[in-house]
Design a protein around this ligand. Structure first.
Ligand SMILES: Cc1cc2nc3c(=O)[nH]c(=O)nc-3n(C[C@H](O)[C@H](O)[C@H](O)COP(=O)(O)O)c2cc1C
Length: 168
């Protein structure tokens, strides 16, 4: 399928709301938005362009519904697929595990033959440590609704340009 499949998991609603903004920024006829609770591996397999949208819980862990889906990634062949990851976290209260949850997702996609796109600079965020950082860049788009909600819209719009290009 040529459309972008967006798969989100959200506990208190932040990720759902931000995913809706992303969906609208991508263009509603360009993308389809799926709740990860209602997603099967074959639903995801149908897309060549995929966005994972997730929040961070516990100590750098995947959001619960994404955690539950995670083993299903083992039955998806990501060869030929491009995946962009958007993760929500809280840099002020979790500065040592800021959006850590991005890493297992990125590693799994690569292990299964896929390509990660949409890395972003870490400038503009204040934190001590993050497993989401590789070569001084985040593995995807980082959104902090708890401390920087006013920056979310522009971050999404900038990122949409990047991933649209990278997914062509
Ligand atoms: C109990 C709890 C644990 C959290 N753990 C982390 C964490 O380890 N790292 C991080 O960056 N954010 C962490 N957060 C922040 C959430 O990811 C953030 O509030 C997010 O916007 C929640 O999105 P959601 O409502 O879509 O689940 C935590 C929040 C709570 C309440």
């Amino acid at each position: 399928m040529n459309k972008i499949g967006i798969f989100y998991g959200s506990t208190t609603g932040n990720t759902r709301d931000v995913t809706l903004k992303l969906y609208e920024a991508l263009g509603k006829n360009q993308a389809e938005m799926h709740d990860i609770r209602e997603t099967t591996a074959s639903d995801m397999q149908a897309y060549d362009k995929i966005v994972f949208s997730v929040s961070t819980w516990g100590t750098g862990d995947l959001q619960d519904d994404w955690e539950e889906f995670f083993p299903s990634l083992n039955s998806i062949d990501f060869n030929g697929k491009t995946v962009a990851i958007m993760a929500l976290g809280d840099q002020q209260n979790y500065p040592d595990n800021f959006v850590d949850c991005m890493r297992p997702l990125a590693e799994k996609v690569i292990e299964r033959g896929g390509r990660i796109v949409g890395e972003t600079p870490t400038e503009g965020y204040t934190f001590s440590a993050s497993k989401a950082v590789q070569s001084k860049r985040f593995l995807g788009l980082v959104i902090d609704e708890d401390n920087q909600a006013n920056m979310t819209t522009s971050r999404i719009h900038d990122w949409v340009e990047v991933i649209k290009q990278a997914m062509q």
